[in-house]
Design a protein around this ligand. Structure first.
Ligand code: BGC
Length: 756
């Protein structure tokens, strides 16, 4: 007996293991299903801690549930799978999903942090480790990667994504899908990727979560849709549909989006799941009169599985009976669900990832210990050095360091939001990391110095969101007393390190902000520390670009560490003490103020561009403050220096279908080894439509020893020059192009060529 059949026989499953080809198998199964069983397959339900298990098992055994999420315990999932496979009439397995967004047990940096590494191998590895751990926890699918392009830091979910640039985010989307699914989602140690939130969720108006999206088709195609497409082209088996509306039609009822674009134009054949409660929300969007109409719109438009929503179950039978929804429409979605289960390998072996009771790990955290080195490496690579005046960093290990700030010893915040099965006990805080680094050499003094915020409205909100703890910990002492304690320590120290920024709940779903500054309680602490005259190093933890005008002027060094995960404390200490030379680059522009938003680097050209150094009237600018970002896209310093030569092109002409090569020499002119990211931008000088001032079209991360010079080459062909024209055709038009190569998006070397 072949292994497949043996596994099925051993699990006493009905003979689904007699798998012919996928289509024939699914046709056969579909032919045996009642309408009720079909609708059951379309239900994806959330398993809450207080849900009666007997009731769920009963529902599954009756064939009324297709999949669950939020259950990560083997015994529970085995019990549910037993009900599906051994008790339901047709024995169709269910699948288990979870939000494994930046790690599962081992937590990696948040999306913006991973993106700051510009290191595709590291990013792919983070997703691979996530898949190994999640599959070992009996999960089959993750609701990730989240690839929503976002250019508005007021939006709290920006933290989950990979920034503002379509090219960079698309590359990362592919790396994440490869990492999660490995060479096949049917592998025991793979999980299926559900790319989200399709589509354009990152463009909610004003950065206010769940708000509308109104966007021209050209911008969608050019900037916002490519990352979803990249994930799908990389084989993502599932798509999660967004909560927002797009140009007047909610995504969850949007036939253009889910059929014309996703299925017909892009050829997606996987399963489309709704976001949480999205079908019910169609009534609140005001496009459905009631639940019945909402279910009808969603199924017709192409939502296959309804997440945490009862409407499909309640309304689809009546809609089919009345003929408003056809059996073909139901079957189309059921096929997609069964197809995904087939692709996950569950018809071959429903217990593929659950295993047998005998194999249940005695220690559920063994995997996590195995992956600490991966997490530390990813976290170090995600840190961006924003300022380093007078070479304040790296610090000497023989120094006396005063560590202060509400995020210095905050294990939960360290992990960021959506930290899956991450545990506070596993999370290394900055205080722990620095203590270890200094042990036996220097001295670490510690005081909290301030609460993240003392604003009651914000504290109440964070308490409402707080997933793991009963209450957000607030030091009850008067702020002045906390600051005085910190200042006293600072005076005894050689240098002050202040860990400040946001608590993780401030950069999360539903956590939109109107201000981007460091909350007042922490700013007061920083001002007092500054007044001591001691060198001041800021370690920022946050999930969005902040307004750092005061900090950039007053701090001696600034490290942007995002929320860096389980090994964050070690990784930040590695950078602070020079055991790792920072190489991260911003995947998003940092504005000077909220009023400047959006500040993305690749904005379309205008007729009256602002010219630096010529602040005149009648150009596109804000007259009250300096124009341009505080820190541009692609920016990040190192403990060494790099120099770029002028760009040399292999030719200043390119024929249709041809290619040219752009070369620069990159030299490490400092006294330490280090890595940097060489970035290729292209500017289209004139086209049939308004084009961006420049666009990222390639990058290479390279390591150079002190004194070493390396030639970096970029090949440029028509793919690098293509864009969507007014008819939404992906075209290349002849004309002049400027090649820009730099170590950030602003300071670049240039050369020009003509496409004939
Ligand atoms: C979020 C999704 C998430 C889902 C399930 C929703 O509120 O928008 O991103 O995957 O919940 O947890």
């Amino acid at each position: 007996m072949c292994a497949v059949l043996a596994a099925a026989a051993a699990s006493a499953a009905p003979n689904h293991a007699l798998l012919q080809d996928k289509k024939a198998f699914i046709d056969d199964l579909l032919g045996q299903m009642t309408l009720e069983e079909k609708i059951g397959q379309l239900r994806l339900i959330s398993i809450g801690p207080d849900m009666p298990r007997e009731k769920i098992v009963e529902e599954i055994a009756a064939g009324r549930i297709g999949a669950t999420f939020n259950s990560v315990v083997h015994v529970d999932n085995r019990m549910m799978q037993d009900a599906a496979v051994k008790k339901s009439r047709l024995g169709i397995p269910i699948f288990f999903a979870y939000d494994v967004v930046h790690g599962h047990r081992t937590i990696f940096p948040i999306g913006l942090g991973l993106a700051s590494s510009w290191d595709m191998a590291t990013i792919e590895r983070s997703a691979r480790v996530s898949a190994i751990e999640a599959s070992a926890d009996s999960l089959d699918m993750t609701f990730a990667p989240m690839v929503d392009i976002s250019r508005d830091p007021r939006w709290g979910r920006m933290s989950e994504g990979f920034g503002e640039d379509p090219y960079l985010v698309s590359r990362i989307a592919q790396a994440m899908v490869r990492g999660y699914q490995g060479d096949s989602p049917a592998r025991r140690d793979s999980i299926m990727a559900s790319v989200k939130h399709f589509a354009l969720y990152g463009a909610v108006e004003g950065g206010r979560d769940y708000n509308i999206v109104d966007m021209s088709p050209m911008r969608m195609y050019q900037d916002f849709l490519p990352p979803y497409r990249a994930a799908i082209d990389a084989g993502a088996g599932s798509v999660m549909v967004a909560l927002n509306s797009i140009n007047g039609m909610p995504a969850s009822a949007n036939t253009w989006l889910m059929q014309d674009l996703l299925r017909k134009e892009w050829g997606f054949t996987g399963v489309a799941v709704s976001d949480h409660g999205a079908i019910t929300e169609l009534v609140r969007h005001g496009v459905a009169r009631d639940g019945r109409e909402a279910a009808k719109l969603a199924i017709k438009a192409g939502i296959d599985m309804s997440m945490a929503d009862t409407l499909y179950w309640q309304e689809l039978p009546g809609l089919v009976e009345s003929g408003e929804v056809s059996m073909e429409e139901i079957d189309r979605s059921v096929r997609n669900v069964l197809g995904a289960k087939y692709d996950m390998g569950l018809f071959h072996d429903p217990y593929l990832r659950i295993g047998s009771p005998a194999d249940d790990p005695a220690d559920r955290y063994a995997e996590e210990r195995m992956h600490r080195a991966d997490a530390r490496e990813a976290a170090r690579r995600s840190i961006v050095l924003l300022e380093n005046k007078n070479r304040t960093l790296p610090l000497r290990k023989s120094a006396t360091v005063a560590l202060v700030g509400p995020l210095a010893d905050a294990p939960l915040d360290m992990m960021g939001s959506w930290s899956a099965a991450g545990r506070r006990e596993s999370s290394v805080t900055l205080r722990q990391g620095m203590e270890e680094a200094l042990r036996g050499k220097g001295r670490l003094l510690y005081a909290v110095g301030a609460n993240v915020t003392d604003d009651k409205r914000i504290v109440d909100y964070l308490n409402f969101l707080n997933w793991d703890e009963k209450e957000v910990l607030q030091d009850p002492r008067p702020p002045a007393e906390m600051i005085a304690e910190a200042v006293a320590l600072a005076k005894q120290a050689d240098v002050v390190v202040a860990a400040v920024g946001e608590s993780r709940g401030m950069s999360h779903e539903s956590s939109s902000r109107t201000r981007l500054d460091i909350p007042a309680s922490q700013r007061a602490l920083l001002e007092a520390l500054k007044a001591t005259g001691k060198p001041l190093v800021l370690v920022l933890m946050n999930g969005r670009p902040l307004d750092l005008q005061w900090e950039s002027a007053n701090a001696d060094a600034i490290l942007e560490t995002w929320f860096s995960g389980t090994e964050g404390g070690h990784a930040i200490a590695d950078v602070l003490f020079g055991d790792y030379n920072p190489s991260g680059k911003l995947p998003i522009s940092f504005p000077r103020s909220v009023g400047q938003i959006p500040t993305y680097y690749n904005h379309p050209r205008v007729g009256r561009p602002f010219i630096e150094g010529k602040p005149g009237n009648y150009t596109s600018q804000y007259f009250e403050e300096k124009n341009g970002p505080l820190y541009p896209f692609g920016y990040g310093l190192s403990y060494t220096e790099f120099a770029l030569s002028p760009v040399v092109l292999s030719s200043d002409r390119m024929g249709r279908g041809g290619r040219i090569v752009a070369r620069v020499n990159v030299a490490n002119t400092g006294d330490r080894g280090g890595e940097t990211v060489v970035q290729l931008y292209i500017r289209d000088e004139a086209a049939s439509v308004v084009r961006p001032v420049k666009e990222l079209r390639g990058f290479q991360k390279i390591a150079l020893a002190p004194g070493e010079t390396r030639t970096v080459e970029f090949e440029i062909g028509e793919d690098e020059l293509k864009f969507f024209n007014a008819r939404l055709e992906h075209v290349v038009e002849p004309g002049e192009f400027e090649v820009q190569i730099g170590l950030d998006s602003q300071s670049v070397e240039t050369a020009r060529f003509t496409l004939r």
